[in-house]
Design a protein around this ligand. Sequence first.
Ligand code: ATP
Ligand code: MG
Ligand code: FE
Length: 345
Amino acid sequence: ITILAIESSCDETAAAVCRDGVILSNFIANQTVHEQYGGVVPELASRAHMQNIVPVVYAALQKANQQSGEPTDEASIHALLQSVHAIAFTQAPGLIGSLLVGAQFAKSLALALNVPLIAVHHMQAHVLANLIEDPRPEFPFLCLTVSGGHTQIVLAESPLSLKVIGETMDDAAGEAFDKSAKLLGLPYPGGPLIDKYAQTGDPNRFKFPEPQIPGLNFSFSGLKTAILYFLQENTANNPNFIEENLADICASIQHRIISILLNKVKAAARTTGIDQICIAGGVSANSGLRKALTEMGQKHNWRTFIPAFQYCTDNAAMIAITAYYKFLENDFADLSVSPTARAEW
Ligand code: ATP
Ligand code: MG
Ligand code: FE
C-alpha cells in the first residue's frame, strides 16, 4: 500500500510517501517569511503553501523513488504517482487558509488519480509519529504531546483509539517557550533558541513558580506573567540583566516548563498504571525535555519513546503513518470533506 500524504496546517508545507507503513520520503519546506513579524502571519502562510505545494509534492515523490532504487526522471515520478493507493491530508486543526491549500490539492489529486482520500487529525498524527521507527511502543501507551498550539496527555489504546486525558487550560508548552523568548528579545520561534542558550546555563539559578492545577491538566499563563515581572524588576536595576544572564535565565525557564510537563506525566502513569511513555510535537525536540524524560523513565522503570527530530516538528511522515492505519480500517473521507480550524477529538 503506497500513500502520498500532505501536511499544511501551519507554516510548514510538507509531503511524504509511505509504503506498507515504511516512510520512503519526508520532505518539508519551512516558511521563513514569518520571522520578521514575530509569529506566523496566516495570509502569508497560505500564499507560501500555494507556492510550495507542487514542488514539495514533487520532491517527496522524487525522494521516494530514490529511496526505493527507482530512477528519478519525470516519467518514473509520474509512474510512482499513478501507483499511489490513497492521498492523505491534514484536515484539522490549524490555520484555515493553510489547511485549505493542502485539502484542495489532496482532493484534486485523489479525484484525478481516482484513489480514495484520507483525512487526518494533526494532533493524532503527532502521537502516531511514535510508530514510524523502532523502537515502537506497544498499546496501550501514554503520549505527552507538546507543540505550538497544544499540550496534551493522550492515552493510546490502538492507532485509531486515542483519548485526551489531560490538556492545557491556557497556553501551550510551545507558546510558553516562544512567549518567554519574546520577552527576552529573541526572534520567533524562540523555543529552539531557549534550548540552545539553556545548554550552558544553570537551571537552578532563578526559581519560577509551578502552578497547582488539579488532575492531569496544565497551565502556563502564570509562568509567563511571572517571567514578565521578573524581567521588569531586574532590568530596572540593571539594563544589561538579560544579556549578562541569558544562559541562566533560559536554563531556569526551560527547567520549570519541563518540570510542569513531567510532573503531570508522572501523575498520568500513576493513575493509569501504564508504563510506556512517548513524547510528540515540536517541543519534544527540546534537548532538556528529551534528557529529563529519559532520566525519569529510568528512575520509574518506564519504557520511554522519543521520535527522531524530523518527526517531532510538523511533517507529513506522521500524516502518512496515520493514514496507513486508517487505510487498513477503510477509514476514507468523502471528496466533499472540508478542513476545520478546530476539531473535537
Ligand atoms: P500544533 O501542532 O499544536 O498545531 P504547531 O504545529 O505549530 O502547533 P509544532 O510545529 O509541532 O507546532 O511545534 C512548534 C513549537 O515547537 C514551537 O512553539 C517551537 O518553539 C517549539 N520548539 C521546536 N523546537 C524546540 C526546542 N528545541 N525547544 C523548545 N521548543 C521547541
Ligand atoms: Mg510550525
Ligand atoms: Fe504540529
